[in-house]
Ligand binder design. Structure first.
Ligand SMILES: Cc1cc2nc3c(=O)[nH]c(=O)nc-3n(C[C@H](O)[C@H](O)[C@H](O)COP(=O)(O)OP(=O)(O)OC[C@H]3O[C@@H](n4cnc5c(N)ncnc54)[C@H](O)[C@@H]3O)c2cc1C
Length: 441
């Protein structure tokens, strides 16, 4: 005869994962194949978008060196193959008493309602909704800067960049028009800003190669702005100076110890009273978890809206709600800082939660998450990468570039397995040899 506890744990639990990004999609795939396939739990992934693109590729999408449509994955098709269910929807609230999440009304681009606001029940909830840019309420930042938080924003930046070249080309038909100059300002010289600057520099050379040569690469001034005293302030000073040297060699202007006070349509204004002209302005100076998480359902959050989690990745006030990736704040024992918002952290947490949640639904004790820092790599276009691996060994050049590229391949292996990743790699090599190096539409 079954006792009550066994009966309780035999009932199929529903695990709802909200956010199918670097962490959430890997977790849904793993749990689908481990628990969903054997009918041991119902796995549901919810995302506000229909397709996934690995966020660290967004600077390549923004510069046009990667076509976002080539590398996107459809959630419905992926869910079917990997034994979980997908729901399209944007979470706006959590009801901890009834154990439901609230999804926003779903509308078409024309504003027609596709689905009303609705509730979805969970037994276990994993929040993995990532992060957005943090402009620290800088005057004019929202109105005049583009951020790189989503594929839509990266596509928008690519179009804006292309339009400036098309406009300059059209102007050549106007008599006595002076040679065109293009000023690009990137605020924040962390990995995202540094990588974007290098990609845009590469794209400026490619435009010229393909005949959009009214703006010569020498007339494109890319300025990387940083409040700290060096670029890549989160990495060690040796890597920082290697990266700065490489960026300067490309002709990128680096402006450190410069705090932005205000931005308008044509300029960046600094606290020291100086200003910089800028046609295109990108904000990449910090992150925060999405605003709707702030004090959501009375869960504990920090000043950048991240959900506070314990070493099991359970939120501090609700054992049924877990959080991972950029929207979670976890400080390992003995450390004085929380883990940084990086794809590596999201990936290791997905691997951990696969095991932890399998134990959880069986009523077994939860293991503790231990983060192993495998280093940090920053891509400086397709020519170079810099970073440190295995503790603090600095690397640069070809090896660093290969290691950087393997990060995305590992994400693909987690989603598709080795064989399909091999096919995707082959497809990429063939596509590269048969299409322009830059998207110009
Ligand atoms: C340009 C760029 C370059 C980067 N390069 C690197 C790098 O080289 N190395 C590195 O380690 N990290 C890098 N990062 C950081 C890395 O991308 C993030 O740390 C990582 O993606 C975090 O994973 P995540 O699963 O927490 O969130 P994400 O990957 O951002 O996924 C969040 C998901 O949640 C969904 N979502 C959001 N809100 C809702 C909602 N309300 N309801 C439903 N769904 C929602 C989104 O649609 C998205 O699919 C880079 C980031 C950027 C922007």
């Amino acid at each position: 005869m079954l006792n009550k506890n066994t009966e309780k744990y035999n009932r199929k639990k529903r695990i709802v994962i909200v956010g199918g990004g670097a962490g959430g999609l890997e977790l849904a795939t793993r749990l689908g194949n481990r628990l969903g396939k054997k009918n041991k739990a119902e796995i549901i992934l919810v995302d506000a978008a229909l397709t996934h693109i690995w966020k660290p590729l967004l600077h390549e999408v923004a510069s046009g060196t990667l076509n976002s449509h080539d590398d996107q994955l459809n959630y419905f098709a992926h869910a079917k193959k990997n034994n979980f269910e997908f729901y399209l929807g944007k979470m706006i609230n959590i009801d901890r008493i009834h154990k439901t999440i609230q999804l926003e009304e779903l509308s078409s681009h024309q504003g027609e309602t596709i689905a009303p606001s609705r509730a979805l029940a969970y037994d276990v909830l994993v929040v993995s909704v990532g992060s957005t840019s943090n402009d620290f309420n800088t005057e004019g930042a929202k109105e005049h800067c583009v951020c790189l938080d989503s594929r839509a924003q990266a596509d928008y930046l690519q179009k804006e960049f292309l339009n400036l070249y098309l406009q300059a080309q059209a102007n050549t038909l106007i008599e006595n028009e002076k040679p065109s100059l293009l000023n690009i300002a990137i605020i924040g010289a962390g990995a995202t800003g540094g990588e974007l600057a290098a990609e845009l520099d590469f794209a400026a050379h490619q435009f010229c190669k393909y005949g959009l040569d009214s703006i010569k690469p020498d007339n494109v001034q890319i300025t990387l702005i940083e409040a700290a005293d060096r670029v890549l302030p989160a990495l060690n000073s040796k890597i920082s100076s290697l990266a700065e040297e490489e960026l300067l060699n490309m002709g990128i202007h680096v402006r450190t110890q410069s705090r932005v006070k205000k931005i308008d349509e044509m300029h960046i204004y600094f606290e020291d009273g100086t200003q910089l002209p800028a046609d295109l302005k990108v904000w990449s100076a910090g992150i925060k978890a999405p605003d709707f998480l702030k004090n959501i359902a009375d869960l504990e959050t920090n000043r950048i809206n991240q959900l506070m989690v314990q070493s099991t990745l359970q939120t501090t006030r609700d054992a049924c709600i877990f959080a991972m990736g950029d929207c979670a704040s976890y400080t390992p024992e003995g450390k004085d800082r929380p883990l940084a918002p990086r794809a590596q952290v999201a990936n290791q947490q997905a691997i951990f939660l696969e095991k932890a949640l399998s134990a959880y639904v069986m009523g077994q004790p939860l293991p503790q998450f231990v983060f192993k820092d495998k280093g940090s790599l920053v891509s400086l276009s397709d020519r170079n990468s810099v970073g440190h691996v295995m503790g603090n060994i600095n690397i640069e050049g070809f090896i660093a570039r290969m290691m950087y590229m393997s990060l995305y391949r590992f994400h693909q292996v987690a989603l598709h397995g080795l064989f399909k990743t091999g096919i995707l790699m082959l497809k990429d090599v063939l596509a590269k040899s048969s299409r322009p190096q830059l998207k110009m539409h």
